[in-house]
Ligand binder design. Structure first.
Ligand code: FAD
Length: 159
């Protein structure tokens, strides 16, 4: 990573836009970003831009929870080892450095539970809730994790 450049995947878009303006106070950027970055955040015209921290986070959680939802009920011992390895390697390369560092600490305290789909999904729900707690977000009710990521809501609203 270029140390001169702000890290887009480590910041939300608004902060990133501000940092950009500070770092490259070019005419082009001054025209593009208003004082506090709000206008561009709400008026961004394109959808195919590089991800910021929150977009990356949301897309990644979707992938991780869906992967956990479809993990076998009775994994082989090799599958169980592979899933542990996956999370350990993932935590080394997740492209938001402070997020990845926190995740590595979490994995040391609470290693992946890979004995079954239920255990893995519940473990991941708790890991995600640790991040939610840190960010002051509402905690997710882990009893609902299969409805959210696999079966759809019981009221049929996803059918
Ligand atoms: P998200 O938290 O992205 O959640 C997406 C959806 O998942 C929610 O809409 C909800 O339906 C569902 N959900 C919420 N909680 C749970 C749960 N516990 N179990 C199952 N489903 C759930 N951001 C930081 O600012 N600092 C960090 O240190 C940081 N660390 C991260 C570490 C990882 C591994 C990842 C993947 C992301 C991290 N993020 C971090 C990003 C952050 O978690 C959010 O993704 C981001 O703030 C966007 O939040 P959101 O409101 O879109 O919902």
């Amino acid at each position: 990573m270029n140390p001169e450049r702000p890290c887009r995947t480590c910041t939300d878009f608004k902060t990133w836009a501000k940092l950009q303006k500070k770092t490259y106070d070019s005419e082009k950027i001054a025209q593009k970003y208003d004082e506090d970055g709000t206008a561009i955040a709400s008026n961004r015209k394109r959808l195919d831009c590089p991800l910021d921290k929150d977009e990356l986070g949301s897309a990644t959680w979707s992938f991780l929870h869906t992967m956990a939802a479809y993990y076998p009920d009775k994994p082989t011992s090799q599958e169980s080892i592979d899933m542990k390895t996956f999370f350990n390697v993932f935590s080394k390369f997740y492209p938001c450095a402070p997020c990845a560092e926190d995740l590595r600490q979490q994995l040391k305290k609470t290693p992946p539970q890979t004995e079954s789909q239920k255990e893995l999904s519940q473990w991941l729900c708790k890991i995600h809730n640790e991040v939610n707690k840190k960010l002051g977000k509402k905690l997710f009710d882990c009893k609902l994790v299969d409805q959210r990521w696999k079966d759809g809501w019981l009221d049929g609203s996803c059918d």
